[in-house]
Design a protein around this ligand. Structure first.
Ligand code: GLP
Length: 263
């Protein structure tokens, strides 16, 4: 796991966007896994800028979103579908046919989840998965206690997540109790993973998932089992890490790391 500590939200966002842009430049038909929440907003803004000003081409890119609230139609203003179109897709040259987001108002959720997994396989798997992290250490909507082998399914949301996400709704009671989410096992099959986090409210979760034991109580800790994970944090989110010096040394000596590790 490579840990990159940036000064602030802006630097975190630009670094993350650069990693995604490099991936698209290397493989124009990249399959991206995408996340919602306030954390990736700056990353998406930078990707929009790269598309408009520097010609970053999304025309062959395919995307799969991690999750969606169950019970919200794709047009609902708080749906993740609406979020993605408003904050990224409508501003870039992506082909709408290549955009996949779980459908919150689907009749048969179980069948839908099975097809979602199939579709990911059909396109050859996810090349680069972008993740945020919940304050309870969850990735996508894999709440504490989720199986680390889990697949795309319906998940009951934790009280903490409902509280955290209530800020996007008029009142807490409006936050759906259930969501469709890629499983931890699904996420671990992505070829590369990029997790971003900012602010002190994420510091405990980051310390636990990076430096603590692998546990289903902090589902992000399963990323320790993956071979190619990059974590980009701002100073707030990194503030409870014990090995900051080590991570910074690696960042400042990238030429040596590249020479000996080849990445
Ligand atoms: C939700 C999403 C996660 C996201 C998390 C953090 O629970 N399902 O994918 O990482 O919120 O959101 P934020 O970035 O707003 O802190």
């Amino acid at each position: 796991m490579e840990v990159i500590i940036t000064k602030n939200y802006d630097e975190m966002s630009k670094k993350a966007a650069q990693i995604i842009a490099n991936q698209i430049q290397k493989k124009p038909d990249t399959v991206l896994g995408l996340a919602t929440g306030s954390t990736p907003l700056g990353t998406y803004q930078e990707l929009i800028r790269l598309n408009r000003e520097e010609g970053l081409d999304f025309s062959k890119v395919t995307t799969f979103n991690l999750d969606e609230y169950l019970g919200l139609s794709p047009l609902h203003k708080e749906s993740y579908n609406y979020f993605m179109w408003e904050n990224l897709f409508k501003h870039i040259n992506i082909n709408p046919e290549n955009v996949y987001i779980p459908k919150g108002d689907v009749q048969d959720a179980e069948e839908f989840c099975r097809c979602y997994e199939e579709k990911i396989k059909e396109v050859g798997g996810i090349d680069l998965q972008l993740l945020g992290i919940g304050s309870d250490g969850h990735i996508a909507f894999n709440e504490p206690g989720s199986s680390l082998m889990s697949r795309t399914r319906v998940k009951t949301l934790d009280e903490q997540t409902i509280k955290d996400n209530a800020r996007f709704f008029t009142k807490e009671e409006e936050v759906p109790r259930f969501a469709i989410t890629m499983g931890v096992g699904t996420i671990l099959e992505a070829k590369k993973i990029l997790l971003i986090a900012n602010g002190e409210k994420k510091a405990d979760a980051c310390a636990q998932f990076i430096e603590g034991p692998v546990t289903s109580q902090i589902t992000a800790s399963a990323l320790q089992l993956h071979q190619h994970v990059t974590v980009v944090l701002d100073e707030g989110a990194a503030s409870k890490l014990k090995r900051i010096k080590y991570y910074n040394w690696i960042r400042n000596n990238k030429h040596l790391v590249q020479k000996y590790l080849g990445r």
